[in-house]
Design a protein around this ligand. Sequence first.
Ligand SMILES: *Cc1c(COP(=O)(O)O)cnc(C)c1O
Length: 459
Amino acid sequence: MKTIIEPFKVKTVEPIKFNTPLDRETILKQAGYNPFMIHAEDVIIDLLTDSGTSAMSAKQWSGMMDGDESYAGARSFFRFEKVIKELTGFKNIIPTHQGRAAEKILFSILGGEGKFIPNNTHFDTTRANIEFSGAIAVDLPCTGGRDPDIISDFKGNMDIDALEKFIIDKGVKNIPLIMITITNNSNGGQPVSMENIRASRAIANKYGIPLFIDACRFAENAFFIKKREPGYSDKSIKEIAQEIFSYADGCTMSAKKDALVNMGGFLALNNDELALKARNILVVTEGFPTYGGLAGRDLEAIAQGLEEVLDEHYLTYRIRSVEYLGEKLTQAGVPILQPPGGHAIYLNAQKFASHIPPHQYPGQSIVCYLYVIGGIRSSEIGSVMFGKTDKLSGKFIPASMELVRLAIPRRVYTQSHIDYVIEAVIETYNQRQSLKGYRITYEAPLLRHFTAQFEPIKE
Ligand SMILES: *Cc1c(COP(=O)(O)O)cnc(C)c1O
């Protein structure tokens, strides 16, 4: 038998409200053609993000009932701590309300003016927290990592030679830590190989710099290592994850991804002195060290989710469902970023709507069309998000790629939902000549994509 089925039965259902393309045209117009401004109830399939959108298991929900809500020393904290210690091997486990809170604490201590922090590719909150501290965030993705058409196994890798050059160039004392993001979210959800993590460790050792992992999708990354890297096919996901963490001095984690919960995160690290400083900040900004911004029930759900995510049947289904979407779109000639990553498919909007120039936002146009024809919410990752206008010359500077992300929430949609998405994307592609460019009519000074307003450009 070939069909990989969802490795779960459905126990609780949440109805989807249906509307018509005509309804959706009105809704989209009222939202200023920005899907972030659409009410979630008006969306049929929501692929805006995989963050905090997971369906929890019956065991997670029963853990919620069982959560110990004591202010200090709650039983749920000790379960949380035990599970994470066993998985990561790190000595100090510090709960936070989400990933960015862990980043904020870490960079408040290690960042600051004159510091540089390299990463295979920083996620936007990581970059923002580093820059907020006064330090400079630098991306060093491997060669080919940014080419949407190159197919290779570990396109998320760090460029090790560039990393070493960078350290020598900026000076060891100005680099408080090296980070690796697994999987590489901002680079198409592409995995990082064990070999690359080991090589990063070797550089960290050579120059005496700590190595931290941004571990949001560590289980998806471990699964890719098992499938693609020689020597790992017989190892369990847990063993692979443990080996990954063994090369690092600490990690930041958004539990909203691979811990299969709707809210939460943590900072984990070996250095006791650093941990003491982190806990001192934690008490001021998040809460007492045994809850750190979370309820006891959240800690239970995270502990349970971190065990469930290591299940190979789950990961087989997870990675396959993303790959299946990518495969069907590719077969229909729809240009996507290759190969499919762990948590999302990225449409190559520049090729998809090649008649729309970057300053008229081809990605936004596809996002709008997909919503109208299918009620599908996706997100533009292109010039709306990263494009700029040069202050002096007034010239438009486009993003390096024009993409539309279809992020797949964990355990939420079934194969028929994905088939429906495939049909809608293919239909949009077949009608691509009728896609129109957009112009921005309002934008906020920072992170404009969240609240920008648009209008279609009429011929
Ligand atoms: C989501 C994410 C974060 C931030 O986590 P939040 O829980 O959203 O604050 C950091 N790094 C990566 C790679 C992420 O995907």
